[in-house]
Design a protein around this ligand. Structure first.
Ligand SMILES: Cc1cc2nc3c(=O)[nH]c(=O)nc-3n(C[C@H](O)[C@H](O)[C@H](O)COP(=O)(O)OP(=O)(O)OC[C@H]3O[C@@H](n4cnc5c(N)ncnc54)[C@H](O)[C@@H]3O)c2cc1C
Length: 472
């Protein structure tokens, strides 16, 4: 292990909040995906020095299919539409409503270049450990970050605070099944091209957005495709009334019950009843789980290219037995069973893990305000990268307040001791692990704006370049 190339970090008085005074070691920022880039941009604008660590060779996170940690597949496109997803200050230079992953990777590269973000990151540098300096869990003495670089050498540096933006969709959630499947078993995280299905009898388990995308890929290559589901889903078309469906009803959101009433009827008129195609009837209302933006899967069911089958009972060699007593033989089982949150480099108590996810104030701040910040730990329909940027802005404003106006920072922290804001927007989300950090985009973004207003604007922020200037 090499010693730190940074100067020794400023030691903070024991028991005090991590307080930033220049000159001070930079904040550490983990990840250069959309959230990490948003973090880099917001910290730069607030004049807060930071050092970025990115395990992959480039910016763009999972949108860079060449990033070894990427869970992207060749056919993937945006699921939310371009204008509701892009960073507000940097519109995409595209005419596609739902651009593909390569175009999105180019977008993140231009974003990083336009705002000079790349130079702050060390690439091919994976963070392997974060520990409080002197073992002090209050974080008052800062955090020790250990990372392994491209040369395989491990380096430890000290930082007054750490922003974790390492993504939420990298660690596969692999449920346990009774019995053993002796054919090919893979998780969607390892899926990249439909060639893997060529001539095979395929079973896809799970009909989330990735499961449905991949089922549509598979029908063009496989000998047969079955889709095993536990519950019913709501299928939203990409276009409604000729426009990307998530661009309708923007602005003033309808109350949850009214929106559920209206949208479920609009969907029924456009896509019909998925029960007709073999799906169970949903035992929850629309938007109480993540909707599936894919109606091609219904077309293929209608064409007989695809079949819906029940939940798995057990595996037995090449056979799969289903909950209704039926069974089928398969060559390949694809687990489209989602991902689980993973912050493997930091002990769970520092992030206040309770059950399936860390319990964080506003999905960002450990309630002890220990100098760790989680960026991007939100799942929501339509929150986009701008939603992640607003999280980053709040982190930057809080850090700037610690530096410039400790009273305002203390006032912000006091908010976490009061009942936390309701981020559900009035929707009763399913009590599933994957929904444990789900928020309603309107409620969340409204709360972010309110919280930002309660903090002073960072002093002397860099002037914001216009999109035309940054592209020039
Ligand atoms: C097929 C697919 C379609 C999607 N469609 C949409 C959509 O339409 N709209 C939408 O808003 N979202 C969509 N998403 C969600 C997607 O997660 C977000 O768009 C976005 O990528 C989240 O950005 P992030 O920076 O939080 O995470 P990521 O993109 O996962 O980036 C995390 C980065 O952290 C790095 N990293 C991880 N661990 C370490 C470590 N230990 N040390 C250093 N670096 C590390 C990784 O290499 C990676 O670059 C989709 C996801 C998938 C898989």
């Amino acid at each position: 292990m090499l010693s730190s190339p940074e100067p020794p970090s400023r030691r903070l008085p024991t028991g005090a909040e991590p307080h930033l005074e220049p000159p001070v070691n930079p904040i550490a920022l983990i990840g250069a995906g959309p959230s990490g880039l948003a973090g880099a941009r917001a910290l730069s604008r607030a004049g807060i020095p930071f050092r970025g660590f990115e395990a992959g060779p480039d910016v763009g996170g999972l949108w860079n299919i060449d990033n070894p940690r990427s869970t992207m597949y060749e056919s993937a496109h945006l699921i939310s539409s371009r204008t509701t997803t892009e960073f507000a200050e940097f519109p995409m230079d595209s005419t596609a409503d739902y651009p593909g992953h390569r175009e999105l990777h180019r977008y993140f590269r231009s974003y990083a270049d336009a705002f000079g973000l790349r130079e702050h990151f060390r690439f091919e540098t994976k963070v392997t450990g974060i520990e409080p300096v002197d073992g002090d869990p209050s974080g008052a003495s800062g955090w020790r970050v250990t990372a392994t670089g491209p040369d395989g050498v491990s380096t430890t540096t000290e930082h007054p605070a750490v922003v974790l933006a390492n993504g939420t969709l990298a660690e596969p959630n692999v449920p346990s099944f009774r019995g053993e499947f002796t054919g090919e078993l893979m998780h969607t995280s390892a899926y990249s091209s439909p060639k893997v299905f060529e001539g095979k009898r395929v079973l896809i388990i799970g009909a989330g957005n990735s499961g449905c995308d991949i089922a549509v890929d598979a029908v063009h290559h496989a000998a047969s495709v079955d889709l095993s589901v536990r519950r019913g889903y709501y299928f939203v078309p990409r276009y409604l009334f000729g426009r990307p469906s998530d661009t309708l009803n923007q602005g003033r959101p309808l109350p949850a019950r009214i929106k559920q009433f209206v949208d479920s009827r609009v969907l029924r008129a456009f896509t019909g009843d998925p029960v007709r195609f073999g799906f169970p009837k949903p035992d929850y209302r629309i938007y109480e789980s993540h909707p599936i933006v894919n109606t091609m899967v219904l077309n293929h069911l209608g064409q007989g290219d695809l079949r819906v089958v029940p939940d798995i009972d057990r595996f037995d060699g090449r056979s799969v037995h289903f909950a209704d007593g039926a069974s089928g033989d398969y060559d390949l089982v694809m687990l489209a069973t989602g991902y689980r949150l993973d912050y493997p480099f930091v002990a769970r108590e520092h992030l206040n893990w309770t059950a399936a996810s860390p319990e964080l104030y506003l999905n960002i701040f450990p309630p002890s305000f220990n100098g760790l910040f989680v960026l991007g730990m939100i799942e929501a329909s339509g929150i986009g990268w701008q939603g992640r940027y607003e999280q980053a802005e709040l982190i930057a404003a809080y850090l700037a307040a610690q530096r410039d106006d400790p009273g305002a920072a203390a006032g912000f922290r006091a908010g976490a001791a009061r009942p936390w804001p309701d981020l559900t927007g009035g929707y009763r989300y399913l009590g599933l692990d994957r929904m444990s950090y789900y928020v309603n985009k309107d409620a969340y973004r409204r709360t972010m704006k309110r919280m930002l207003r309660a903090l002073p604007a960072p002093k002397a922020p860099a002037r914001t370049a216009t999109p035309a200037e940054v592209r020039a």
